[in-house]
Design a protein around this ligand. Structure first.
Ligand code: SF4
Length: 204
């Protein structure tokens, strides 16, 4: 209302005093506008969270203790700190900061087979080493898994005709995942760990 207008009285004045629709829109926009989208800073996001399957009262989750245990095991495979040749350098790199195997729960390389459940055979296995490798495997508690890392561990690799080299570590221990390459890059080993996680989660 302009300053030179006479104030109205009665029902017409009450109608004029009501805020127009545009006022409501501005107020709503201000109320809904988040000051930041970063969690933990400013006001919380105004977007309602999508109800998860566990948070929704209309749903019931069926599972078994076995599935739950397999899922938990798959998220924390602990490898045995055990390298045999050049592939071991790539294995070490996979656990270092750049590739960060910790993202998948597998960075805790144990110095004792009693505390490990994954043996990563990283390198050439000689006939002389094979009985020791088998002993380390037997000292690991059940359940346990083996990754053959690199061509040497998988099939003898470039030493395929060597009198001294084991033609695949699966001749002395059961292998769950083969990672090809000479040497496999850290990303390849990470992929192998992810495949192993899938297998463990399925109860394998
Ligand atoms: S696969 Fe290649 S890099 Fe790995 S241990 Fe054998 S020779 Fe070395």
């Amino acid at each position: 209302m302009a300053v030179d207008q006479k104030p109205k009285r009665g029902p017409q004045a009450a109608r004029d005093m009501r805020p127009s629709p545009i006022h409501f829109e501005i107020a709503d926009a201000l109320a809904k506008r988040p000051t930041t989208t970063q969690t933990g800073l400013g006001t919380p996001d105004q977007v309602a969270p999508t109800p998860g399957i566990l948070a929704n009262e209309d749903n019931i989750v069926f599972s078994t203790v076995k599935d739950l245990v397999s899922w938990a095991r798959s998220r924390s495979p602990w490898p045995l700190g055990y390298g045999l040749a050049c592939c071991a350098i790539e294995m070490m790199a996979s656990a270092a900061s750049h590739h960060d195997l910790a993202r998948f729960g597998a960075e805790v390389f144990r110095a004792s087979p009693r505390q490990a459940d994954v043996m990563i055979v990283a390198g050439t296995v000689t006939h002389k080493m094979a009985p020791r490798l088998r002993r380390l495997y037997e000292q690991m508690p059940e359940p346990k898994w083996v990754i053959a890392m690199g061509n040497c561990a998988s099939s003898g690799g470039e030493f395929w005709d060597s009198y001294a080299t084991l033609q695949g570590v699966d001749t002395v221990v059961p292998v769950d995942v083969y990672v090809p390459g000479c040497p496999p890059r850290p990303e390849a080993l990470t992929e192998g760990v992810l495949r192993l996680r899938e297998k463990i989660a399925r109860g394998g």
